[in-house]
Write a protein that binds this ligand. Sequence first.
Ligand code: ADP
Length: 273
Amino acid sequence: MTSTRLSHAVEPFYLPVRDEVELFSAAYEQRIPVLLKGPTGSGKTRFVEHMAWRLFGDRPDAPAEPLVTVSCHDDLTSADLVGRYLLSGEGTTWLDGPLTKAVRSGALCYLDEVVEARKDTTVILHALTDHRRMLPIERLGTTIQAHDDFLLVISYNPGYQVATKDLKPSTRQRFMAIEFDYPASDLETQIIAHEADLDETRAGQLAFLGEQLRRLGEAGVIDGPGTRLLVHVGELMVKGIAPRRACEVGLVQALSDDSDVQRAIVDVVSAIF
Ligand code: ADP
């Protein structure tokens, strides 16, 4: 579990791609839970960090941890989210899990890749995501009412979800969905330039490369590179690694292990750098 302590002075850099800032703000005002849907590296996590800063950044009554992020995985149980009794010298003490902390303090709780978690975790979200806004804590035999400022945000990558791990309609229909896709080339150029501290020309070439490789992605050959991957390549270039070499280690190897596919990617790289 990671939680983010926001500094009032530092705004997490986020370049809006469409109307996601307005949509999220409206959903927050109405306390409608939000589902961020989109491929890996498309800016979902950064967006939530940015929104937490916008919503809580300058509020004196903001919770100490305005954003609680949980990366879900297939071993994650409801106890990992809600809390558990811990054994200590003095006996047993209850420890709130990240979700309970956020529910009590009025933070945003971001469950990244929620479908990866065990099925019993999504069930506990139901009472939290309708008009009741309540979290049942079975082991304590209680139910807690969510703080007014609490909001649940989940993410989901439709690309690599298998049917057995899909979100159930009964869960899904509780959320407003904001779709994320890779930014248009001019926006992605700005993002790469900012994140990697790279000059605009090189950043533009990387954005163009991303666009070309995503075409291979659409053809089903590879999963197209996310912005994160392009930023990494830019960061290597800034450190003086030659562009082709940076692409090879930062991108080609990350996208495929198949030597034919790697050759196809290298051809695209060589046409640009
Ligand atoms: P996801 O959560 O969708 O996997 P991230 O939010 O971790 O993706 O995005 C990966 C990286 O890409 C971020 O750390 C950031 O550097 C960059 N990024 C992607 N989209 C944007 C954007 N719209 N504005 C600013 N940075 C972005």
